[in-house]
Design a binder for this molecule. Structure first.
Ligand SMILES: *Cc1c(COP(=O)(O)O)cnc(C)c1O
Length: 521
C-alpha cells in the first residue's frame, strides 16, 4: 500500500499510537537509551575512530520509504547498532584528536535532556521567564569567571550583556550586521558597497561567509597575511597599512575579527594592539575565541584576552572544550542596542506587557532565529556540577597531555613541531631532513608522479600519507592544516575521555606508521 488511507474505518490493523508522551513508556525507553549510551561511552575507545563506510552506504541498508505503522524501540535500536554506529566518526572516543574536541559531559547531557524535556520555546521573556533570566545570570557568571570587563556584563547596568547562540558563525553574523547598520546610520545606507571588514589569513572561514551573508562587498573582505616569524598572529602594523590604503581609496573600515586561538595552529592575535589601531577608524572589534576561550578561565591563560576591554564583542564555544554538549556559543557585547537595532522584530502575535514595559530581555532580538532552546540550563548544570576549580583543572590536564605529546615528538629527530604549542593542540610533521636522509641521490619518484624530486611536494606527500595511514588504522583520528603550503598534522587533545595513556599510545602509533612509511623510501 503506498497511499496513506485516512479513513479510520478502513485503516490497517497496525497498533495505534496511544500517547506519545506516556510517562511509563517514557521511562522505559528513556532508561533503555541511557543504558545504551552508558555502554557506548564504556566501549567507544574500541571502535575505529574514523568511520570506514563508503559514501551512500546507508541507502543500501535502509528501506527507501518511512514505515506506515509503528515499530518498537528495540528494533530501532538494533538498527542504530547495526547501521548507524558503523557510520559514526567517534568524537567521544578517547582516541579522537581531530579538528577541535566536541564538548560532552554528564552535566551537559543532563542539561540538554532537561531543556529538551521542557520543550519550551524561549523567544521572549514571557514565553518562559526562567529561560531568559537564567541565561542572563549564567552569562554574567561565566563572564565573571573569564574576568570580562564590567561593560560586557548585565550587572554593570549599562548596555552590556551576553546571549547564548548555537555557533560562532551566528556570533559573527549577528555582530557584523549590528556593526554594519551602526556604520551605515552614520555614512548612509547607499555606502554599503564601501564597507570593509578585516581578518587575517588565519581567521576562521566562517567569518568570510558571514561577511558575504551580511552583504559586504566580497572585494572588501581583507584576509591580511600573517607570518611564520610571528607565529601566524595578526599584525597591527599590517592592519594599519591596509586600513590606510582602504581609506585612501574612499572605502569605509567597519569590522575587525581578532582570534584568540586560531583554528589551524591556535595563534593568539594581539587583541589590545589591534583594538588600538581599530579605534581611530570607528571599527567594531569582535574577538573570536571559539576554542581557546574555555582555557581563559585559568588565571595563567587569561593574558590571552588582554585588551578585551577595548573590543566591542567576544565569543567562545563551550561546545568545544568546556564540557557542554553541542550546540552552545556564548556571545557578549558591550552595547546590545546595536544588536537589537538590527535584529529586533515586533509581530503582533508576540506582543505582551512585559516586553512593552522594556524591563525584560527578549532574546529573539539578539539573534538570527526566532525560536530558541533553553540552552542556559546546560551551561548552568556544567558550571554547578563541576565548579570552576574542577573545570580549570580539567582544562589544565589537557594542556599537560599536549605538553607530553609535544615532548615525545621533539624526542624523535625525524619529526618537527611546526609552530609553538599554545594550548592543547600540537602541530607536527615529518621534517624535510628526515625524508631527504632516506633518499639515494637523484632518486626519481615515478609513483608520486606530478613533480619528480620536488622536495616540498614530496614532504607534503609523505606527511599526507602518514596521516591517512594512522587514520585508516582506526586507532586514532587526527586532522591536518596547511601552513604556507606545508601539510601539517594536528593533534588536538581535549576529548572528555582522553587520558595520558591514550596520548602516549597515539604517539607510538604515529611512530610505527612513520617507520614503515620512511622505510619505504
Ligand atoms: C571552531 C571555530 C569557529 C567556528 O565555530 P562554529 O561554532 O562551528 O561556528 C570559529 N572560529 C574559530 C577560531 C574556531 O576554532
Amino acid at each position: 500500500m503506498n497511499t496513506l488511507n485516512l479513513n479510520p474505518q478502513t485503516q490497517s490493523d497496525s497498533p495505534r499510537i496511544i500517547n506519545p508522551l506516556d510517562p511509563e513508556e517514557f521511562k522505559r525507553q528513556g532508561y533503555m537509551i541511557i543504558d545504551f549510551l552508558a555502554d557506548y561511552y564504556g566501549n567507544v575507545g574500541k571502535y575505529p575512530v574514523l568511520s570506514k563506510v563508503e559514501p551512500g552506504y546507508l541507502k543500501e541498508l535502509l528501506p527507501s520509504t518511512a514505515p506506515l505503522g509503528p515499530e518498537p524501540i528495540e528494533s530501532i535500536l538494533e538498527d542504530v547498532k547495526k547501521h548507524i554506529i558503523p557510520g559514526i566518526t567517534h568524537w567521544m572516543s578517547p582516541n579522537f584528536f581531530g579538528y577541535f574536541p566536541s564538548g560532552s559531559s554528564i552535566a551537559g547531557f543532563v542539561g540538554e535532556m532537561l531543556s529538551t524535556g521542557f520543550g519550551i520555546v524561549g523567544f521572549n521573556w514571557v514565553s518562559s521567564p526562567a529561560a531568559t533570566e537564567l541565561e542572563s545570570i549564567v552569562m554574567d557568571w561565566l563572564g565573571h569567571v573569564l574576568m570580562l570587563p564590567k561593560p560586557f556584563l548585565f550587572s554593570s547596568n549599562g548596555n552590556g550583556g551576553g546571549v547564548l547562540l548555537g555557533t560562532t558563525c551566528e556570533a559573527f553574523l549577528c555582530t557584523l550586521v549590528a556593526a554594519r547598520d551602526k556604520k551605515l546610520s552614520q555614512v548612509g545606507t547607499h555606502n554599503i558597497g564601501k564597507l570593509v571588514v578585516y581578518g587575517s589569513d588565519q581567521t576562521h572561514s566562517s567569518f568570510q561567509k558571514a561577511a558575504q551573508i551580511a552583504g559586504i562587498n566580497p572585494k572588501n573582505y581583507r584576509a591580511i597575511k600573517t607570518k611564520r616569524s610571528s607565529s601566524f598572529t595578526f599584525s597591527p602594523d599590517s592592519l594599519l597599512s591596509t586600513i590606510l590604503l582602504d581609506v585612501e581609496n574612499g572605502l569605509i573600515p567597519c569590522f575587525l575579527c581578532a582570534t584568540v586561538g586560531t583554528t589551524a595552529t591556535t595563534a593568539i592575535d594581539p587583541v589590545g594592539s589591534l583594538c588600538n589601531v581599530a579605534k581611530d577608524y570607528g571599527i567594531w572589534v569582535h574577538v573570536d575565541a571559539a576554542y581557546a576561550g574555555a582555557v581563559c578561565i585559568c588565571p595563567e591563560f587569561r593574558y590571552c584576552l588582554d585588551g578585551i576591554e577595548h573590543a566591542n564583542s567576544f565569543s567562545f564555544n563551550p561546545h568545544k572544550w568546556f564540557l557542554t554538549n553541542l550546540a552552545c556559543c556564548c556571545l557578549w557585547v558591550k552595547d546590545h542596542t546595536a544588536l537589537t537595532n538590527s535584529l529586533s522584530t515586533d509581530p503582533h502575535f508576540l506582543r505582551n506587557k512585559a516586553s512593552e514595559s522594556k524591563k525584560v530581555i527578549d532574546y529573539k532580538d539578539w539573534q538570527i532565529t526566532l525560536s530558541r532552546k533553553f540552552n542556559s540550563l546546560k551551561l548552568w548544570l556544567v558550571l554547578r556540577s563541576y565548579g570552576v576549580d574542577n573545570l580549570r583543572n580539567f582544562l589544565r590536564q589537557h594542556v599537560e597531555m599536549a605538553k607530553t605529546f609535544e615532548g615525545l615528538v621533539r624526542l624523535d629527530r625525524r619529526f618537527e613541531i611546526v609552530v609553538p604549542r599554545n594550548f592543547s593542540l600540537v602541530c607536527f610533521r615529518i621534517s624535510p631532513s628526515a625524508i631527504s636522509n632516506g633518499l639515494p641521490n637523484g632518486t626519481k619518484f615515478d609513483s608520486i608522479g606530478k613533480i619528480m624530486n620536488d622536495k616540498h611536494y614530496l614532504v607534503n606527500e609523505v606527511n599526507h600519507k602518514l596521516l591517512d595511514s594512522i587514520n585508516s588504522s582506526g586507532s586514532v583520528y587526527m586532522t591536518q592544516c596547511e601552513i604556507e603550503g606545508d601539510f601539517v598534522i594536528r593533534c588536538a587533545i581535549g576529548a572528555t575521555l582522553t587520558e595520558e595513556k591514550h596520548v602516549i599510545m597515539a604517539w607510538k602509533l604515529v611512530q610505527e606508521h612513520a617507520n614503515s612509511l620512511l622505510g619505504a623510501f
